[in-house]
Design a protein around this ligand. Structure first.
Ligand SMILES: C[S@@+](CC[C@H](N)C(=O)[O-])C[C@H]1O[C@@H](n2cnc3c(N)ncnc32)[C@H](O)[C@@H]1O
Length: 272
């Protein structure tokens, strides 16, 4: 039986409009309803950190109710954090391709992605490495994400990726042992510092010999404080220096930390 609670759902406020009213932020209530016209903002307000919300950012095609909804959606898709999130996806795909291309051609490479969401990273990489011997496994606790990722991979004719329902925080749920690469994008922001340390220790144990961990962590950004106060989201942002300090406590070697072009996310590639 899988623990069902998504770590990404950190929201502590039940009704945002009611909370704004209680705080006397009445001017924010029409802004809240305006935001819900945008497909991305509505999904984020209802299901913070969902695979669907992130897929809308990656897709980057404004969508919403009425023309106004599309305009608001376009605004949200263009804020630096959204651009940084798309940069993060591009960096993950480039790095994965590089790791695959620099491995001995005869070796089968296994990749575990957790949480995989709709798996745009894995699916995008598989389109470009058709001649390589790679097998990938995605794990997510959201049934819809597993369903969408599976059907997208099937549509693309990719047979060497399979998706599983399970808890990324529970190694007993991992569908493969000792993968060569673990990709973990979009989870640690929702964990406490202690949980991040514990999670990375588990990933280190789960990796195969000399395996790579590819991950990222969101740094501080201008909207973080106001979004958090008004929506009750709890997000654990860490800047690059804090990420370096965190990794200095972990058993990984060859830790490489760099920024994506918007300098909001720290990208991390480390070796077991
Ligand atoms: C921000 S999304 C990132 C998904 C994907 N890595 C990406 O970059 O699009 C966070 C994902 O974590 C999943 N999730 C949250 N808690 C989880 C848990 N404990 N185990 C597995 N998946 C979880 C959510 O369902 C969601 O798909």
């Amino acid at each position: 039986m899988h623990e069902k609670k998504l770590a990404s759902k950190t929201r502590t406020i039940k009704s945002i409009p009611l909370s704004l009213l209680k705080k006397g932020k009445i001017h924010m209530i029409p802004i809240y309803y305006l935001a819900t016209l945008s497909s991305y903002a509505k999904e984020t307000l209802l299901n913070q950190g969902s695979a669907k919300a992130f897929d809308l950012i990656y897709r980057n095609e404004p969508e919403g109710r009425f023309i106004l909804g599309k305009i608001v959606d376009k605004h949200f898709l263009n804020i630096p954090w959204s651009k940084a999130t798309r940069n993060r996806l591009a960096v993950v795909q480039e790095t994965l391709k590089r790791l695959i291309e620099t491995s001995p051609p005869e070796k089968e490479i296994t990749i575990l992605s957790l949480p995989c969401g709709y798996a745009r990273d894995l699916i995008g990489v598989f389109e470009d490495i058709k001649d390589r011997n790679v097998r990938a496994y995605g794990l997510d606790l959201d049934e819809k994400a597993v369903e969408v990722a599976s059907s997208r991979a099937k549509e693309m004719g990719i047979e060497k990726i399979c998706f599983h329902l399970g808890n990324a925080l529970n190694p007993m749920d991992y569908p493969i042992q000792s993968p060569d690469i673990i990709v973990s994008i979009g989870l640690t922001e929702y964990l406490s510092y202690e949980e991040i340390i514990e999670f990375h220790k588990e990933l280190h144990s789960a990796l195969g010999e000399d395996g790579h961990l590819l991950t990222a962590h969101c740094g501080h950004h201008p909207h973080e404080k106001s979004y958090g106060e008004d929506t009750g989201w709890v997000v654990n942002s860490l800047d690059k220096r804090e990420v370096q300090e965190l990794f200095s406590q972990l058993p990984f070697s060859d830790v490489n930390i760099w920024h994506e072009p918007e300098k909001i996310y720290s990208m991390i590639l480390a070796r077991k």
